[in-house]
Unconditional design. Structure first.
Length: 412
């Protein structure tokens, strides 16, 4: 089987999610651009912009509505700025050695999307032929997305229409890829159809908000690793121990291709808004788990505001700008991201090395090694709120770790 053809530049990269609405008081592209030098200095590589299309007004939730209820796939939300502003952002990011992808919502649109009149047969309808709000159902919950309509992928004309809309942003703005919302609710065959065409314009980086292994066959470079986020939470709450981590990894890599990128995160916009802030989910253990997520395997995600410790939930349908405080964790993240850039053992997918978990004779301490060629990275983390003792790898001497302390050593 041929390896997945990842863009070569992605091999050592990290990703940073940008909620333009809440990033600044202004909520504009230009206000965000003022942060680019800071983000570059922090070591950020890929900027992911949450949806940039105009937000639907019909059946809108809250004052500002959901950014995931697009009114026009070929337009930029005027609240964010002008198309020239966006072109300048992409060009500036590229000049600084960063990349930019945009959020794409292919499963549903706002009720007042231009396609409702232009292409009424592209939408799902009930037995009476009426449009109806989208309901999301999985094994854990049912969500009523009353502000959006589902698109009908049984109509093959929609496939080309959606692909053409995506292609517009690649051609006109030179973006570097897409983060595809609820990708698994859309046929995988559509994504394969779309990426084949899009990659003829430019070799793109594709991130699926989903975790099905088959998405890695042809369409997507990277999928979400929700399972590891949940596992970290269970360990942080004392419901599981470190021994669950190697079990999880063994199961994971029996299911996924060796060349798949997985995205690891301590939060994202959904987790932050709907479930818990970093303070609620991790408390004092946050930095320890951030180190784990950034070094164990996969590509680390940072959600905007985490570099100032995101101790609140950001509103979704209302204006709620990030309190940037004093960027207390900026240096912490800069060191983590530099560690990844400088050590090929920590690179993504087939470009890096899988971790070897070493049992430290302590259920609260994880030690793992990633080794590629002459590069060796050893990480030891105390994932508990108590002082812990463990045996070192080198001479099995007993060492002590303070609560949530971590030790990282590298050799080249």
């Amino acid at each position: 089987m041929d390896c997945f053809n990842h863009p070569e530049w992605t091999k050592d990269k990290n990703i940073y999610e940008v909620n333009l609405r809440q990033f600044s008081q202004e909520g504009t592209i230009n206000a965000f651009m003022e942060h680019l030098p800071r983000l570059k200095a922090m070591g950020i590589d890929i900027l992911w912009l949450m949806p940039i299309h105009p937000v639907g007004e019909k059946e809108r939730k809250g004052t500002l509505g959901s950014q995931y209820a697009a009114k026009d796939y070929l337009a930029l939300d005027p609240a964010l700025g002008t198309t020239e502003d966006l072109k300048k952002l992409v060009a500036t990011a590229h000049e600084m050695g960063m990349y930019l992808i945009i959020d794409w919502v292919a499963n549903h649109t706002a009720w007042d999307n231009v396609w409702v009149d232009e292409h009424p047969d592209w939408y799902k309808r009930n037995e009476k032929g009426e449009l109806y709000p989208y309901t999301y159902v999985d094994e854990k919950k049912t969500e009523y997305w009353t502000d959006v309509l589902g698109l009908n992928y049984e109509n093959r004309e929609l496939w080309q229409g959606m692909t053409d809309a995506m292609a517009y942003w690649v051609r006109e703005f030179d973006i570097d890829g897409f983060r595809c919302d609820v990708a698994g609710l859309v046929p995988t065959s559509f994504w394969e159809f779309a990426t084949e065409q899009l990659n003829q314009i430019k070799h793109l980086f594709m991130l699926a908000e989903w975790s099905s292994p088959d998405l890695h066959d042809k369409a997507f470079d990277m999928t979400y690793d929700w399972g590891f986020y949940e596992l970290m939470g269970a360990i942080a709450r004392g419901e599981k121990t470190v021994s669950a981590i190697p079990q999880y990894i063994d199961q994971l890599f029996s299911q996924y291709p060796a060349d798949a990128y997985r995205m690891l995160f301590t939060t994202n916009h959904d987790k932050n808004t709907w479930e818990a802030s970093d303070a609620e989910f991790f408390g004092d253990s946050f930095k320890a788990f951030a180190v784990l997520a950034a070094t164990l395997y996969g590509m680390p995600l940072i959600y905007n505001g985490q570099e100032s410790y995101l101790d609140k939930r950001l509103e979704f349908f209302e204006k709620d700008p990030i309190d940037w405080k004093d960027f207390a964790l900026q240096g912490f993240y800069a060191n983590l991201l530099k560690l990844k850039h400088d050590n090929c053992a920590l690179w993504n997918g087939p470009f890096g090395a899988m971790p070897t978990i070493i049992y430290a004779d302590n259920p609260s301490v994880i030690t793992f090694v990633r080794e590629k060629g002459s590069n060796r990275v050893e990480v030891t983390i105390n994932l508990s709120a108590d002082v812990q003792h463990y045996k070192s790898l080198q001479n099995r001497a007993e060492r002590t770790l303070e609560p949530f302390q971590y030790i990282i050593s590298t050799t080249h």
